[in-house]
Design a protein around this ligand. Structure first.
Ligand SMILES: NC(=O)c1ccc[n+]([C@@H]2O[C@H](COP(=O)([O-])OP(=O)(O)OC[C@H]3O[C@@H](n4cnc5c(N)ncnc54)[C@H](O)[C@@H]3O)[C@@H](O)[C@H]2O)c1
Length: 269
């Protein structure tokens, strides 16, 4: 008996990085995984990897900022499986720019994906879990940048701090409702995923200084940042976060709700 046998999990941002690793680990633990993303090619690849490994999954194209699509994705999941046990709100973007240089469009885009996307997932996921009648586990992917500030990432920090407290407030709402739904946040440190290549290197002097990057080096290379700031001295791998998420998804964490699971190589210690 694997830890998540018989469970149905929905993972957003599952085409890459932490989301892909989470979808794979949850499937390896026995869950039926609904993997979603705006990146259709990457999402199909995640689906293929899970099936090739003997797991069960489907991929659905899904923009987490679109409330109508959230309703469809949850409805399709319920129609296919009749239940939703695990929801991982993982999709996220990082926009690196000094606050005074940040456009309102960039601020709004980051809020829409990271914070509003998480809100919409919770809003549509909780009723589905309640309808299943056996509780559930929601895991919201925040960041160490939701625990402390980072120069050049003010907008990102604002969204991830918001995810942290949205998580705690919903944890209390669900506990008061006695619906058996637990809600926790995960706080990765520097993890070696494609997100770092997507953050614009231009105008990021403040970020480079924060992370004490060597002159001439790519200031956003995960290993370099981790070597400078994480006591363990190396960047984490997506699987390091996925295993923490699998723990929160499983009954092994049954007494945890509203908690912060920090997986950061000691960054915030
Ligand atoms: N990599 C790190 O060091 C790190 C550290 C702390 C927190 N995080 C968080 O972990 C999560 C996953 O990041 P990652 O490092 O795996 O990045 P990634 O870029 O590898 O993956 C993010 C995924 O989210 C998807 N996505 C983006 N916008 C979307 C939208 N509107 N709707 C649906 N999907 C969308 C992307 O297509 C991509 O597949 C993010 O929330 C990120 O903020 C990452």
């Amino acid at each position: 008996m694997r830890r998540l046998d018989g469970r149905v999990a929905l993972v957003t941002g599952a085409a890459s990085g932490i989301g892909r690793a989470t979808a794979e680990v949850l499937a390896a633990e026995g869950a039926w995984v609904v993997a979603t993303d705006i990146d259709v090619a990457g999402g199909e690849e995640t689906h293929g990897r899970i099936v090739a490994a003997g797991g069960h999954a489907r991929f659905l194209a899904h923009d987490v900022t679109d409330e109508d699509r959230w309703a469809d994705v949850v409805a399709e999941t319920m129609a296919a499986h009749g239940r939703l046990d695990i929801l991982v709100n993982n999709a996220g973007i990082g926009i690196g720019v000094a606050l005074t240089e940040m456009t309102l469009a960039d601020w709004n885009r980051q809020l829409a994906v990271n914070l509003t996307g998480t809100f919409l997932g919770c809003k549509h996921g909780v009723p589905a879990m309640r309808a299943g009648g056996r509780g559930g586990s929601i895991i919201n992917v925040s960041s160490v940048a939701g625990l402390e500030g980072a120069a050049g990432l003010a907008g990102y920090c604002a969204t991830k701090g918001g995810v942290r407290l949205l998580t705690k407030a919903l944890a209390k709402e669900c506990a008061m409702a006695k619906d058996g739904i637990r809600v926790n946040s995960v706080h990765p440190g520097i993890i070696d995923t494609p997100i770092w290549a997507k953050i614009d290197q231009g105008g990021l002097d403040a970020v480079a200084e924060t992370f004490a990057a060597r002159p001439g080096a790519n200031a956003l290379a995960p290993d370099l940042i981790a070597a400078a700031g994480a006591p363990l001295g190396f960047a984490g791998q997506p699987e390091d976060i996925a295993r923490g998420i699998a723990f929160l998804a499983s009954d092994e964490s049954r007494y945890m709700t509203g908690a912060e699971l920090v997986i950061d190589g000691g960054w915030t210690a």
